[in-house]
Design a protein around this ligand. Structure first.
Ligand code: HEM
Length: 402
């Protein structure tokens, strides 16, 4: 088994990085990730009060052994904010819920149903700023595109992208509210209620009109979701299905604009667009880390872990592991093709992968470069990239000729 392959004779306690501030992590976590990878397989980051797994092979081994590295966590803030979601279940309990959701998100559903709907949303969003000659692509394109797409895919009937964005951020903030800030808890609870109300309004339509949406899929499955399961799993998708496509749109645009030689080659060979997308989420992973709970004492590549430890699987660090990716800090569409961990691995491998791949890598970014002539950064110093658990450009001002 994978984890056994990394077990060694000797073990040591989890080493600590204590001279990095939380602000430094948010601003650019990659130098800390590099130090952590060099230090050990598992490292405590004092500023965030968390232990992280740092290397590609170890994270793969952990994801292959869900009994030792479980997604179930009785203390989970995600469960407190969103309900008992499939993301925090293992084995059969997880598989049953996942199966009910999948028909809506498979490649076939993307091709036959979502592709034309996403095309229409893209055209509409572009019409809002295409003739302006300049824009911040965060607000003009990526946020409305990702929010409107997710509302449709989930099966909401009457929720605008601004509300989707507010709910998504409030739920994420609530799930990370370790300090118990009451204002964050209040906003998360308000968002949770908003999602439930929107589901209640949409369900009668979906029960009478079976369709490809996630909500319809949940209620028409052979083993249908209960209402509580619907609430919890839709909340997890609202929290986890909006900012990642948004951020990866911007990251891919940025990677290509900063590397015009690569942009020209990709434009000349459209088959390279999906490759460029995968490289963008490897380079700056929208989800940098997600948690697992250790269920028994185990030694992982020389580091002693104890039953009950919570570990962040730091895929942001693993995706720049130099033992797997040459010159890993560089955005390079033409690097040797190797799988990455931006969508996770194992049973919880991102359910929305195929929607995201199509939306970002086949539709939004290729068409953006087609439609906006001579698209370029307004000024590199205006670009902001922020975050470490969730990371992406928070502003991307560009100009173009028209
Ligand atoms: C670039 C875009 C995306 C990235 C990088 C991404 C990343 C991830 C990652 C790393 C996980 C694993 C979390 C864990 O194991 O704890 C995950 C799970 C999940 N994602 Fe995504 N995601 C993206 C887009 C989406 C979209 C568009 C949707 C919904 C339409 C979605 C829905 C989900 C769901 C439901 C899960 C839980 C799966 C399970 O527990 O079986 N994601 N995602």
């Amino acid at each position: 088994m994978g984890v056994q392959a990394t077990i060694e004779e000797t073990s040591s306690a989890v080493p600590v990085i204590s001279d990095v501030t939380f602000a430094e992590l948010l601003s650019d976590p990659y130098p800390t990730f590099k130090r952590a990878r060099e230090l050990a397989a598992v490292v405590r980051i004092a500023a965030a009060n968390i232990i992280i797994a740092t290397r590609y092979e170890d994270i793969m081994a952990m994801e292959r052994d869900a009994e030792t590295f479980s997604s179930v966590n009785p203390q989970s803030l995600v469960n407190r904010v969103m309900g008992h979601t499939m993301m925090r279940k293992d084995g059969e309990a997880h598989a049953r819920e996942r199966k009910a959701v999948e028909p809506a998100l498979r490649p076939g559903a993307v091709k036959s149903c979502w592709a034309p709907k996403l095309d229409a949303i893209f055209d509409d969003v572009m019409a809002g700023f295409e003739t302006d000659g300049e824009a911040d692509l965060f607000t003009a394109l990526a946020a409305p595109m990702a929010g409107r797409a997710l509302a449709d895919v989930l099966g909401f009937l009457d929720v605008d992208w601004q509300t989707m964005a507010l709910w998504s951020q409030s739920l994420i903030d609530g799930a990370g509210n370790y300090s118990g800030d009451p204002e964050i808890s209040r906003k998360a609870a308000e968002a949770a209620r908003g999602v439930e109300d929107a589901i209640d309004r949409a369900l009668p339509y979906h029960s009478e009109n079976p369709n490809m949406s996630v909500l319809s899929s949940m209620i028409h499955a052979d083993d249908p979701h209960t209402l509580d399961q619907i609430y919890a799993n839709i909340k997890v998708a609202v929290g986890g299905g909006l900012n990642e496509p948004r951020d990866s749109i911007l990251t891919l645009v940025l990677g290509l604009l900063e590397n015009p030689d690569q942009l020209e080659r990709v434009k000349a060979d459209p088959n390279l667009w999906p490759v460029a997308f995968e490289e963008s989420v490897r380079w700056i992973s929208p989800i940098g880390m997600y948690p697992r709970r250790v269920t028994r004492d185990v030694v992982l590549s020389g580091v002693q872990l104890r039953a009950g430890d919570q570990i962040g699987l730091c895929v942001g660090a693993a995706n720049r592991d130099e033992s797997r990716f040459e010159d890993p800090d560089r955005f390079n569409v033409f690097r040797e093709k190797k799988s990455h961990l931006a969508f996770g691995a194992g049973p919880h491998f991102c359910a929305g992968t195929w929607v995201a791949r199509h939306m970002v890598g086949r539709l939004v970014v290729p068409r953006l470069f087609e439609r906006l002539k001579n698209l370029r950064l307004r000024d590199r110093t205006d670009v902001r990239i922020q975050g470490w658990v969730f990371r992406g450009p928070t502003t991307l001002p560009v100009v173009w000729d028209f």
